[in-house]
Design a protein around this ligand. Structure first.
Ligand code: AMP
Length: 204
């Protein structure tokens, strides 16, 4: 389905665009997701943000997931899938959405396929980025910010979890014919431009 990127937000409400952005931890997915979603006039659904907001508010869910997230592990599929199913049912998702950080496992990808039915996702944007400089940058930031989920062991663990559990999703979406790979190296503006150009080229 073609949705011109030149349209302004909230126009063309009859069209639907369902997107997913993927990339390793620290690749700038969240920043790019916010930019693309605002350009297309669709909501971003970030499971990481939903979890962080629950942790900040001290909800039962927040208390359940805090230790898992601080350790750099994945929240169990059943919890994560239920949250996304509930969020996708909200009215603002009726005309499309951009998923950021979900799915992260093949189990979650299958669950999403079932939630979306035959129409599925229009495109999966994959930020392709060199891992070594990325890890070096995250380690530097960890030193400066001293975040509990950002010490060296946790960063390396998050990368390993990503490689083992999430990278296989790229083949899943390549096989489905919806994978759009974009060079994720460079400045925030450069990467945004590439992502928007790739969506235009893919006629999403
Ligand atoms: P993010 O902001 O996307 O990097 O997510 C922060 C953390 O939340 C991750 O490191 C995971 O611990 C957890 N998380 C977010 N999304 C998922 C998901 N789809 N499945 C499991 N855990 C998740």
């Amino acid at each position: 389905m073609f949705v011109s990127l030149r349209r302004t937000a909230n126009e063309n409400k009859e069209t639907t665009v369902r997107l997913l952005i993927m990339g390793p931890p620290g690749a700038g997915k969240g920043t790019q997701a916010a930019r693309i979603a605002s350009r297309l006039g669709i909501p971003t659904i970030s499971t990481g943000e939903i979890f962080r907001s629950n942790i900040t508010r001290g909800t039962a869910l927040g208390r359940e997931v805090k230790r898992i997230i601080d350790a750099g592990d994945y929240v169990p599929d059943a919890i994560t899938e239920a949250i996304v199913a509930e969020r996708l049912a909200e009215p603002d998702c009726a005309h499309g959405f951009l998923l950021d950080g979900f799915p992260r496992t093949l189990h979650q990808a299958d669950a999403l396929d079932r939630m979306l039915g035959v129409t599925g996702l229009d495109a999966v944007l994959s930020l392709v980025i060199d891992l070594e400089p990325l890890v070096a940058r995250m380690l530097l930031r960890a030193k400066i910010e001293n975040r509990p989920d950002d010490n060296e062991a946790t960063i390396r663990h998050r990368m390993d979890v990503y490689t083992q559990a999430t990278e296989p999703l790229l083949s899943h979406y390549r096989d489905a014919g919806v994978l759009v790979e974009v060079d994720g190296n460079g400045s925030i503006d450069e990467v945004s431009e590439r992502l928007l150009a790739a969506l235009d080229t893919a006629k999403v």
